[in-house]
Design a binder for this molecule. Structure first.
Ligand code: G1P
Length: 270
């Protein structure tokens, strides 16, 4: 089972900061955003973490590659804690596939279809980080309780935010689990079937990957993952786990990235 981390987007909301630096490499306290996401993947039950990268974003691969010269220099200067941190991240077991054109999240995920090889897979979006790593095991438990069904994490959002997210329709089967019967990508408020928004953590059946092979661009001219999820509902059950918004930290806008830095810095340094 693989963890897929799409990272080939343009980082438009952070320009000009992301002109020469991938948005995934923006700092959150002491490490780049994508390091949290990779660490969450490595802590899960999956056997491989796959970054869906663009050839323009070499810095991401440099970050997860060994740098013995730097480690030796740091050790020679007695900076062992930094040497350990550099060594650790350089040894993370991460692999790459490439999205040649930014055609949408659904297209990015399909670029990894040979990796998932007909198995269920996780998708972790880098706009949110989950430093406690507790969300994927909770989603796996819901899937196991429902015959291996796909499970996506959702959070309640206020009315003014529903048009920024994928939104689900369905009915509650317990306090924190819904059975989904429809998904809509970035609906207008009056067309939104609920206030439960797709959060950025997915556990998906292999059928979703098959449907992405033929997916066409829709909202925003992009091939949307949400459309393939909606399509798979005609064939398979899918569940939503309502997660605690406090478990995840949004880094998708300048404002939320700054807030996340403040909260996590205070948490780490009192
Ligand atoms: C993507 C998904 C959307 C989801 C969101 C969560 O949108 O398409 O369904 O709610 O991530 O962050 P994006 O933020 O990439 O436009």
């Amino acid at each position: 089972m693989k963890v897929l981390i799409p990272a080939a987007g343009l980082g438009t909301r952070f320009l000009p900061a992301t002109k020469a630096q991938p948005k995934e490499m923006l700092l959150v306290v002491d490490r780049p955003v994508i390091q949290y996401v990779v660490e969450e993947g490595l802590a899960s039950a999956a056997d491989e973490v796959v970054i869906i990268n663009s050839h323009e974003k070499k810095a991401i691969e440099d970050h997860f590659s060994p740098d013995p010269d730097l480690v030796a220099l740091l050790r020679a200067r007695g900076k062992d804690a930094y040497a350990d941190a550099v060594e650790q991240v350089g040894n993370y077991n991460v692999s790459y596939v490439y999205q040649e054109e930014a055609l949408g999240l659904g297209h990015a995920i399909y670029c990894a279809h040979e990796k998932t090889a007909g198995e269920p897979f996780y998708v972790l979006l880098g706009d949110v980080i989950v430093p406690g790593n507790q969300m994927l095991p909770a989603m796996q438990r819901v899937s196991d309780e429902h015959g291996g069904a796909s499970v996506i994490a959702v959070i309640p959002v206020p009315d003014e935010q529903v048009s920024r997210f994928g939104i689900i329709a369905g009915e509650a089967v317990s306090d924190d689990v819904w059975k989904i019967d429809k998904l809509v990508e970035k609906p207008k408020l009056e067309e939104a079937p609920s206030n439960l928004a797709v959060f950025g953590r997915y556990l998906l059946s292999p059928r979703v990957m098959e449907l992405l092979a033929d997916a066409k661009p829709t909202v925003g001219g992009e091939i949307q993952l949400t459309d393939a999820l909606d399509a798979v509902l005609a064939e398979e059950e899918m569940y939503a786990l309502i997660v605690d918004p406090a478990d995840g930290f949004d880094t998708g806008t300048v404002e939320s990235w700054l807030d996340t830095n403040n909260v996590l810095y205070k948490r780490a340094h009192g």
